[in-house]
Design a protein around this ligand. Structure first.
Ligand SMILES: Cc1cc2nc3c(=O)[nH]c(=O)nc-3n(C[C@H](O)[C@H](O)[C@H](O)COP(=O)(O)OP(=O)(O)OC[C@H]3O[C@@H](n4cnc5c(N)ncnc54)[C@H](O)[C@@H]3O)c2cc1C
Length: 314
């Protein structure tokens, strides 16, 4: 009986979405296709709005129908449950414009960057035009919106260092502009209210010789590739660095490199990366997290906090 009810609910949901939204919709799409870890069961609905108007209509529908929703960026900081996600995943992959807003004349430029552009494409853009400021972020996967939401950072630079303001849409479809103080960025997080979606942000960069920007990007990419297992399926750093130390060092010291649960393994290259060796599951990942956390706690007294975001039904 339960199955029939769920099927009826799904049919109802499909009809309601198709009534208001004419863009691309996928039902029961496996999240493993959209996460760098290659883990995650099906999400009820995945939508790909192509305009702010379409996004607003979708958000109003989710509010009206009490459908849970979340924004999917590049899925590079996500651990998604094996049983998937009830509700709607919204992809902003069509929002990928970069616009020069202002050239101050004193060597600074202000760009407006839409949330769905891959961070790597933005880095390429800055290399082409010789805009300096985010070279250390080269090699971080995912989208610009995800980087803003998670305040992504590398080699001492965080995305917040170049942000001037952030444009969002709230659950009622209203546009709001947050200045940098209101965003209240901290280590790997921001003060973005839960029901706000980042549409774009303006960033301030310095003009420089494109060749010099290119060289720095190359150096940072090289450094990252030498220390992190970039070519293997992971979600980046699993745990946040505790004050004054690094999670990778503590995990290594606790002898966890190479530890494995099912197909999830603590990387031998960088202990704070867990690799999916093939058929890894969310459950295995969480069990490995618990084991590593406990070993570190016993050895050093430090309780590690997750950096990755865990969503969906485990
Ligand atoms: C190999 C590898 C290396 C990495 N190296 C680094 C590193 O050096 N430094 C670092 O900080 N991180 C690193 N990461 C982690 C990850 O790439 C970053 O956190 C990245 O910024 C996440 O962006 P995303 O688009 O993939 O977000 P997702 O993983 O898709 O989502 C992450 C969170 O952001 C939210 N979100 C995404 N877009 C929006 C939006 N438009 N509006 C509101 N919320 C949004 C999502 O709902 C979710 O809560 C690495 C990951 C991998 C796999």
């Amino acid at each position: 009986m339960k199955t029939i009810n769920i099927e009826l609910e799904m049919e109802d949901l499909k009809r309601k979405i198709k009534d208001v939204f004419k863009g691309e919709v996928r039902f029961g799409e496996f999240m493993s296709l959209h996460t760098t870890l290659k883990i995650g069961g099906p999400v009820d609905v995945m939508v790909f709005p192509e305009s702010v108007v379409a996004l607003k209509e979708l958000l109003l529908l989710t509010k009206r129908e009490h459908i849970q929703s979340f924004v999917l960026g590049g899925g590079s900081n996500l651990l998604v449950g094996d049983r998937g996600i009830r509700g709607m995943a919204i992809s902003l992959r069509s929002f990928r414009n970069v616009e020069l807003l202002k050239d101050t004349g004193n060597g600074e430029v202000m760009l407006s960057v839409e949330a769905g552009i891959p961070l790597g494409s933005l880095i390429n853009y800055t290399r082409r035009y010789g805009y300096s400021g985010i070279e250390p972020l080269a090699g971080i996967p995912g989208t610009f919106g995800g980087a803003v939401c998670c305040n992504a950072g590398s080699f001492g630079t965080e995305i917040k260092d170049v942000i001037s303001s952030v444009v969002t849409m709230d659950g009622e479809g209203r546009i709001r502009v947050f200045n940098i103080q209101e965003m209240d960025f901290s280590y790997r997080s921001s003060n973005l209210p839960d029901d706000h979606i980042i549409l774009s942000a303006s960033i301030v960069l310095r003009r420089d010789d494109p060749e010099a920007v290119k060289m720095r990007i190359k150096e940072f990419l090289h450094k990252k590739a030498m220390t992190q297992p970039l070519s293997e399926p992971s979600a980046g750093c699993v745990f946040k660095n505790p004050e004054g130390d690094t999670a990778g060092r503590l995990i290594d010291e606790a002898g966890c490199k190479g530890m494995r649960v099912g197909d999830i393994e603590v990387s031998r290259m960088h202990a704070n990366y867990f690799i999916n060796r093939g058929n890894g599951t969310c459950r295995d990942f969480i069990r490995l997290m618990a084991q590593v956390r406990e070993r570190v706690r016993r050895l050093s007294g430090v309780v590690l906090e997750p950096e990755i975001r865990i969503i969906g039904e485990i």
